[in-house]
Design a protein around this ligand. Structure first.
Ligand code: SIN
Length: 310
């Protein structure tokens, strides 16, 4: 049986395998550790953390849709100080590779979060979530405009110091995702997370009212996978040297493989975890078997394979 080099890189950091959790779907990993050793996946990407504790939006804030779900959580979380005190030590004590996702209401808040992270050792990268669909003010979806996306990334870069890789999480709700990617690559991001959820809505035909208290929500799950594959393919084609963490409806190893072929250097598992808490581990094993079956001995040779000779 041939062996596989399953490792991958984002910026200066190496990960033992390319299967990560998706931000927001596994909190900081504690619950998942009942099901498998958290150190065995490539990285835990934590729920986007803000400067202050937040209760999030009113309920109901989740709704089922065909092949997917809508969420309108509103970035609930303990705030950066409690997160750094409790969650990071737990993750590091459990030998997890950690990518901290941050979200702010203003450009300055991202800078404050980055400055706090600067003092923390053992973190592998920061995911800058500039694409949350559930903010009250749609003007705060920084990833919808190149200028605001750039302002956030510059603020994070100024404040974080050192070599910590910065991964910008982009929204699919734009006309030209390559243009947004270009803007943040120009100011030095080390990687991109593609894609966040798509803005959607469900109306209950019995009550004749929106199902979510927040009215709109982010659509995730298998329904959005072709959108994610398209975005990854387009961005990889334009910027083949920029690592992409792909996500959006990955439920099995074949779905993950599709994203890798499109150009993803790593794949995050999100919504699938709600139905199957061991999904990330299963997908890791399935992807590794599939790569070997297809004749790959080095995971990195499969990244962007769908572009070759096209
Ligand atoms: C949320 O907490 O509202 C979701 C975060 C996100 O999709 O970025």
């Amino acid at each position: 049986m041939s062996s596989l080099d399953f490792s991958t890189k984002i910026g200066s950091r190496r990960f033992s395998n390319p299967i990560f959790t998706a931000s927001g779907c596994a909190s900081s990993g504690q619950e998942l550790s009942q099901f498998f050793p958290i150190s065995e996946i490539g990285a835990v990407v934590t729920k986007s953390i803000m400067t202050k504790p937040r209760t999030g939006r009113a309920t109901p804030r989740m709704a089922e849709t065909p092949s997917g779900m809508l969420n309108s959580i509103g970035l609930q979380g303990p705030g950066i100080d409690a997160f750094l005190e409790n969650d990071i030590p737990w993750l590091l004590a459990n030998s997890a590779k950690v990518i901290v996702s941050i979200a702010g209401e203003t450009v300055d808040e991202y800078g404050v979060l980055a400055r706090k992270l600067r003092a923390v050792s053992g973190v592998s990268a920061v995911e800058v979530n500039i694409s949350c669909p559930n903010v009250e003010n749609r003007g705060q979806v920084f990833a919808c405009h190149p200028e605001s996306a750039v302002a956030v990334i510059e603020s994070v870069r100024r404040n974080i110091g050192g070599e910590l890789p910065i991964v910008a999480k982009l929204s699919p709700d734009v006309t030209n995702i390559v243009e947004i990617a270009q803007s943040v690559i120009n100011v030095g991001v080390d990687g991109l997370a593609l894609i966040n959820t798509l803005l959607g809505m469900v109306i209950d035909t019995n009550t004749m009212k929106p199902k979510l208290a927040g009215k709109t929500g982010g659509l995730s799950g298998p329904a959005i996978r072709p959108v994610a594959v398209r975005a990854i393919y387009q961005v990889h084609q334009a910027f083949p040297q920029t690592p992409i963490v792909g996500m959006g409806g990955v439920s099995n190893g074949r779905d993950a493989f599709e994203m890798v072929l499109a150009g993803a250097s790593a794949v995050s598992v999100g919504t699938a975890t709600f139905g199957n808490p061991s999904a990330a581990m299963q997908i890791k094993d399935e992807l590794s078997n599939l790569l070997l079956e297809k004749g790959f001995n080095d995971f990195r040779d499969a990244i962007g394979f769908a572009h070759r000779g096209v």
